[in-house]
Structure formats: structure tokens, C-alpha cells
Write a protein that binds this ligand. Structure first.
Ligand code: BG6
Length: 470
């Protein structure tokens, strides 16, 4: 392994933290907000929180931003809930919804925190889902209009924009996790929806450059480098296939405006290739991201597919626990990696590998928009929360960022998940990620009071020192 002295983090490195609107805000129908697909979900397992109150950030805005400032964040990555600002996705604008986000970005700027805004994080307005969701090209136009509204209303304070959070996870797992476009649209080819999202993203990137010269925009997929289970060439090809289908499909279109050949061949072979209209290629080719954001939790490891086409679907599969694809690969556990309490592997070195792989392919600056440890935290009677496991996880990953910088990768910043506790995608509040503990459980809203975890004090020192303590 290439081992060089660890370089310092560059001046101006963005030390951030992340959230998403529906997972943190609550106020699900406050002040004219319309429902989104996550509000319309009714399938929460017993004892798992829904998103109606979440961390009630909507009603704790000033307090939360003051805590982010005390933490020392120089960036805060959050998402706007589309249906808060346009309740039915494509009609009247809701001034109260816009005012909330204007207040948020202005507060951040007042505190010297760079806002990093995700346009869309799993929460398609329910009204658009009922009109065909991402299967309909009308949703592309609605998305572009929504993006242009945000550029106009928030552009005075926001330089960094992200288009769509984890589009690849919406495609690969969106239907099981109910984070795509609702049950009514399940029969539509998910790669047709994906194609429409890619067009929406391309038009939103082009619109930003036209409307806000000087502002920067990029996609924010979940990128996990895929390892072969062994040097058996069949396993190596399987890993290359999954890298193409899981990772490069999304970034190749965003950067080069064309589909990755292996991914496209897979879509064709499986009858999932989308219909591409005349003019689509030009739209895709006309858009250029300024940087690439990515969320990283762990790598995947895969072997050649079973000959009989069967696929082992691990218990509890989700966005970070791969499922095999018939004819393409079988997902296998990596015996070298430990797992967290929720079965997700932990692979800091894979983080460095993922940086290298993305940078080698695209040569664009990289911004980490998620990385973190979901864990069961305990609030002690004196209000403290001891989370040494999270500090250990984050420290190991920050060291690998430094190693990636030493490898020559241009890294803009690090926004771990999450700034404050929030509701996870499908495992409720009990699975916590934040630097700030929110006093609620899955079935009891308690005080919703905020408490600084030990990781809060630790990250504060990292930020102040512009790197890990020596
Ligand atoms: C990412 C998502 O997949 O991982 C977040 O962008 C999510 O929305 C995060 O919360 C952690 O996953 P989970 O399932 O533990 O909430």
C-alpha cells in the first residue's frame, strides 16, 4: 500500500455535517406544506417512528443552527422539501415554506456556515407521484421549475448545490424502501424513471449555470467501490459489472452525458433499457457538473452469479446491504470487515479506494455529503451521551480522506451523516447518527431537547485544528 506522510487538509476545506429535510424537520403539514411520498407511507413497522415530527427541526431552527455554529461547522448540507415550497409539486408556491429555507440559509451565512443545498432527497411531492411520478416526463419539467425557484429565492446565499440525493439507491432499492415515487407507479420500468431523473438533473445543472454564474452544482449518488470476492476472473468481472451498474452508470451520464457501455448492455440484456427520445442525448451532453458529491458508508464485495440464476437476498437488505442480480453477481460478506449493529460493513480503507476510483474516472473535485455510523446511543441521567464508537469510526474515515488527498485527489470537504439525530430511512430514531442527541424515542416524543454527544466535542476539536489531533 502506498504510504506517504499525511498531508494537511487544505485551507478552506469544508468541515460540514448533513441532514435531509424529511428526516429532520417534522412539521410535515405545517404552514401549507403538501404531502410527499414519504408522508404518504403507511407501512411503518410497529414501533418505528414516521416522519411527522422527526427531530422537529422546523420548530427548533435557531437553536439548531446555533449548535451547528458552536460545533464549528463551516458547511451544512441539508435538503429542501419540494412539497414544502410547492405543495403539489408543480402549482402554487407556498411563501411560508420558502420563508423557512430563506431563514435557514440566512442564519447559516450569519454564522459563517456555507449552505450546501440538496434539491431533492427521496421526498417527491405526493401529488406528482399520483400523476405518474418519475415515469412521467411532466415530472422533469416540474423539477426544473422547482430548481429555478430555489436558485432565485436562495441563490443570494447559496453557492453549493446538489441535484438528487442517491438516485442510484432510489433505483436499486427505492421500491422496497418507499423512497421513489410511491406504490402506484411500481409497474413502470425503474430505468425509465431513472432516465427521466437524469434528464431532470441535466436540465437543473444547466439552469443553475445560466441563472447563477459562479454557483456550483453536482450530483450526489451513493458510491461504494465494489471488490471481487477472489482473484477468480469470474468474480473480477462480476465486481466490474456491479461497479458499472451501481456506480458509474449514474456518474458517467452526469459527467459525460452518455450511458456507461457495460451498464447499458446490462439494461438491454435484461429488457430494462429506457426509451430515449430524440433530443435527450443533447440535453444530457449539455450539462456539466462542477464537482461530484458522494455518500459513502462501505464498499461491497461480490462473486460471480450462481449458474442457476438464483440470488441470495440477505436478511434485512437495504441501501448498504447488496442483493445479488441474477446473471450479474452474487453479494457476499467481506470476511475482512467488521459490521455495525445494523449489519453494515465498516471499511475506512475502502473510502480511500472509492475516492481514487471516482477521481481517476472523472477528475472533478469531490465533496463527501454523507458518511457515518448508525448506532444505539444512550442518554445518561446527567444529559451526556458517550459515543466512542462513533468517534472511532469518523476518525478512521477522516484519516483515509487525508490519505486520498495525499494520493492527489482534490477533496472539497466532508459532511458526515448526521449533524443532529434524525429518523433513519427505515429503522426509525433508534438508529442514531448525529453529533447532537435529540431526546425522543420511536414511540415517545419526550422533550425533544438537544444534548451534545461526546462526538460533538471531538469533532469541534477536529474542525478547530483543521484535521485529526496529532
Ligand atoms: C443514505 C441516505 O442512504 O443513508 C440517508 O441518503 C440515510 O437519507 C442514510 O438516512 C443512512 O441510512 P439509514 O437507512 O440508516 O437511514
Amino acid at each position: 500500500m502506498l504510504d506517504h506522510p499525511l498531508p494537511p487538509f487544505p485551507d478552506g476545506f469544508l468541515w460540514g455535517a448533513s441532514t435531509s429535510g424529511y428526516q429532520v424537520e417534522g412539521g410535515w403539514d405545517a404552514d401549507g406544506k403538501g404531502p410527499s411520498v414519504v408522508d404518504a407511507r403507511t407501512d411503518f413497522p410497529a414501533g418505528t417512528a414516521d416522519y411527522t415530527v422527526a427531530s422537529d427541526h422546523y420548530h427548533h431552527l435557531e437553536e439548531d443552527v446555533a449548535l451547528f455554529a458552536e460545533l464549528g461547522l463551516t458547511a451544512y448540507r441539508f435538503s429542501v422539501q419540494w412539497s414544502r415550497v410547492i405543495p403539489d409539486g408543480d402549482g402554487e408556491v407556498n411563501p411560508a415554506g420558502l420563508a423557512f429555507y430563506r431563514r435557514l440559509v440566512d442564519l447559516l451565512v450569519e454564522h459563517g456556515i456555507e449552505p450546501v443545498v440538496t434539491l431533492y432527497h427521496f421526498d417527491l411531492p405526493q401529488a406528482l407521484a399520483l400523476k405518474g411520478g418519475w415515469g412521467s416526463r411532466a415530472t422533469i419539467d416540474a423539477f426544473v421549475r422547482y430548481a429555478q425557484l430555489l436558485y432565485r429565492e436562495l441563490g443570494h446565499a447559496v453557492r453549493y448545490w446538489l441535484t438528487i440525493n442517491e438516485q442510484n439507491m432510489m433505483v436499486l432499492h427505492g421500491q422496497q424502501l418507499d423512497i421513489l415515487d410511491g406504490p402506484a407507479n411500481r409497474d413502470v420500468n425503474v430505468y425509465q424513471k431513472n432516465h427521466h431523473m437524469l434528464l431532470a438533473q441535466a436540465r437543473a445543472m444547466a439552469a443553475l449555470h445560466e441563472q447563477l454564474p459562479g454557483a456550483l452544482i453536482g450530483p450526489a449518488p451513493n458510491i461504494a467501490y465494489v471488490y471481487p470476492a477472489s482473484p477468480d476472473p469470474a468474480d473480477v468481472i462480476a465486481a466490474d459489472d456491479f461497479n458499472a451498474v451501481r456506480n458509474w452508470l449514474y456518474l458517467d451520464v452526469a459527467v459525460h452525458g452518455r450511458y456507461h457501455p457495460v451498464a447499458w448492455a446490462h439494461l438491454q440484456a435484461t429488457g430494462q433499457a429506457p426509451t430515449v427520445d430524440p433530443g435527450d442525448a443533447q440535453v444530457l451532453a449539455a450539462a456539466h457538473p462542477d464537482f461530484l458529491a458522494f455518500n459513502y458508508y462501505a464498499t461491497h464485495t461480490v462473486a460471480a452469479p450462481a449458474r442457476d440464476g438464483s440470488v441470495d437476498a440477505p436478511e434485512g437488505m437495504d441501501q448498504q446491504i447488496a442483493v445479488g442480480m441474477p446473471g450479474l453477481f452474487t453479494a457476499v460478506p467481506n470476511p475482512w470487515l467488521p459490521k455495525n449493529a445494523f449489519g453494515w460493513e465498516i471499511d475506512p480503507v475502502g473510502f480511500r479506494m472509492t475516492f481514487r476510483a471516482i477521481y481517476d474516472r472523472y477528475h472533478l473535485p469531490l465533496l463527501v455529503t454523507e458518511n457515518g455510523l448508525g448506532a444505539f446511543d444512550t442518554l445518561e441521567p446527567d444529559g451526556s451521551v458517550h459515543d466512542p464508537y462513533r468517534i472511532e469510526y469518523l476518525a478512521a474515515h477522516i484519516e483515509q480522506i487525508q490519505r486520498a488527498i495525499g494520493d492527489g485527489v482534490d477533496v472539497l470537504g466532508y459532511c458526515p451523516w448526521s449533524a443532529i439525530d434524525l429518523v433513519s430511512t427505515h429503522q426509525g430514531v433508534a438508529k442514531r447518527y448525529g453529533f447532537i442527541y435529540v431526546d425522543r424515542t420511536d414511540d415517545d416524543l419526550r422533550s425533544l431537547a438537544r444534548h451534545r454527544k461526546d462526538s460533538f466535542g471531538w469533532y469541534q476539536k477536529v474542525i478547530a485544528a483543521n484535521g485529526l489531533p496529532g
